[in-house]
Ligand binder design. Sequence first.
Ligand code: UAG
Ligand code: ATP
Ligand code: API
Ligand code: MG
Length: 487
Amino acid sequence: MIALKDILYKVTLNAVVGSTSVNINTIDFDSRNIVKNDVFVAIKGSVVDGHEYINKATSNGATVVVCEVIPEDLIDGVTYVEVDNSSKALAIMASNFYGVPSENLKLVGVTGTNGKTTVASLLYQLFKNAGYKVGLLSTVKIIVDNTEYKATHTTPDSLTINKYLNEMNDVGVEFCFMEVSSHGIHQNRTEGLYFEGGIFTNLSHDHLDYHKTFAEYRDVKKSFFDLLPSKSFALSNIDDKNGLIMLQNTKAKKYTYALKNYSDYKSQILENQLGGLLLKINESEVWTRLIGNFNAYNVLAIYATAELLGLEKVEILRLISELESVSGRFEYLISDDKITAIVDYAHTPDALKNVLETINSIRTKNEELITVVGCGGDRDRTKRPKMGHIATALSTKVIFTNDNPRSENPDIILKEIEAGVEPQNFKKALTISDRKQAIKAACQMAQPNDIILIAGKGHETYQEIKGERFDFDDYKIVQEFLKQLQK
Ligand SMILES: CC(=O)N[C@H]1[C@@H](OP(=O)(O)OP(=O)(O)OC[C@H]2O[C@@H](n3ccc(=O)[nH]c3=O)[C@H](O)[C@@H]2O)O[C@H](CO)[C@@H](O)[C@@H]1O[C@H](C)C(=O)N[C@@H](C)C(=O)N[C@H](CCC(=O)O)C(=O)O
Ligand SMILES: Nc1ncnc2c1ncn2[C@@H]1O[C@H](COP(=O)(O)OP(=O)(O)OP(=O)(O)O)[C@@H](O)[C@H]1O
Ligand SMILES: N[C@H](CCC[C@H](N)C(=O)O)C(=O)O
Ligand SMILES: [Mg+2]
């Protein structure tokens, strides 16, 4: 049994009504999960205010309520704790509840618009291959040494994070790599964690539905670095125009990486082909199976991190040459007809532009580049015309299609994407809302040596329509059609 006062360590309290010596069962922020002797933390959310569920929580058995405003009607035997910020308090309590698990391993956070999953997953792979016990918290999955769990968020809520870190402690995990999303930082999901280091990949247009302005989005990312402790490292990509801004106010030891600017860790692309990249990192050459310019940045970030975490240079280079591509991140297959199909998670204008430019830089110009792409519903609408423009400007043919329309009308999403297509590109584009039919059409159009890019869903294995998730796997579908439609 753990007492309330033990989990309140380091939480700034405004007021307490009742005893803090009471023993508690567990903590939750959702009244629907509350059982006897639990702590209910009331959080003001984006849809509802958790304070409205305090009564529900106490009637379900909560004996402690942590909130920003103590309710007027108090219940005997319930302890009320008032704090300035409930989600911050939740994160610190979650860490205390699980015995501050982030202190017992080396936790590295990866933030930025694109590349978080790639960098975190490849670091997991690299350290695993180096013989360590490793953990991963990513968009694709959560891994505790060798045990895999489903991920629901890029950065889960603070209770979930600490629960998995605790499990990692139990099995002796030494390094954990985690994605730190802007939502996660903004909702204080990573508050109270002890980071050994933080990595910044890049910053571009995304989530402006949530953060309102680009400056706010940037400052949320920056606040992750502002909060790093002095003994940790902050590693930033300074080819990105916000790279130095991330390091401005951090107490951590600062390190930079870049391909174009003078930096602590530098790399040069010697060869860039469909078969992989030949890189010069600092003074050494290394061959990797990963493809495209942006992976040169990812690999460099991985190299620098591995070195900052104490691995030997020669060993890091060897391990980099063994890395396999990450699921749905520039994953490709070549059919018997010599048609290349690439499945990639590019779901932002910048990621789509990067992927298309990368393919264009490695393809000889007489083949077609057929892109199948859409935009998610209930997400930032302003990216839709931008992606419509980018897809048509940088491909020879484009099929616009559904990508998780969620609660929205798919035809309206598609119209908003089409609105970005410039007149000279009209003839390149067509719209087939059913994603399976769109992929089939791309396979029918493709001739030997052509390239099909299926963008936006990467590793996802579902299509979400009106709250329901239907099985859907871009990679499997394209693989089947290419086989079926063999010329
Ligand atoms: C916009 C957003 O991020 N929402 C997250 C947020 O929910 P919310 O603020 O909408 O919560 P709410 O429904 O308003 O409820 C407020 C509070 O009342 C409580 N409640 C509610 C109802 C009830 O009966 N009883 C009760 O106690 C809720 O548990 C909650 O604590 O807090 C929840 C609990 O942590 C999250 O699950 C939820 O993520 C939603 C599902 C989501 O889709 N988030 C996405 C946008 C997200 O976070 N994505 C990022 C990054 C993606 C990327 O980088 O591409 C990620 O890290 O995954
Ligand atoms: N360093 C990079 N710079 C730009 N684009 C990248 C980079 N790394 C990967 N990408 C592209 O962005 C897409 C998303 O990559 P990844 O999943 O690694 O990013 P993420 O930051 O985890 O995204 P999310 O926020 O959706 O979880 C990839 O499919 C690829 O096309
Ligand atoms: N983590 C991102 C993923 C978007 C992927 C795309 N397939 C979509 O559904 O919009 C989000 O939830 O905004
Ligand atoms: Mg991710």
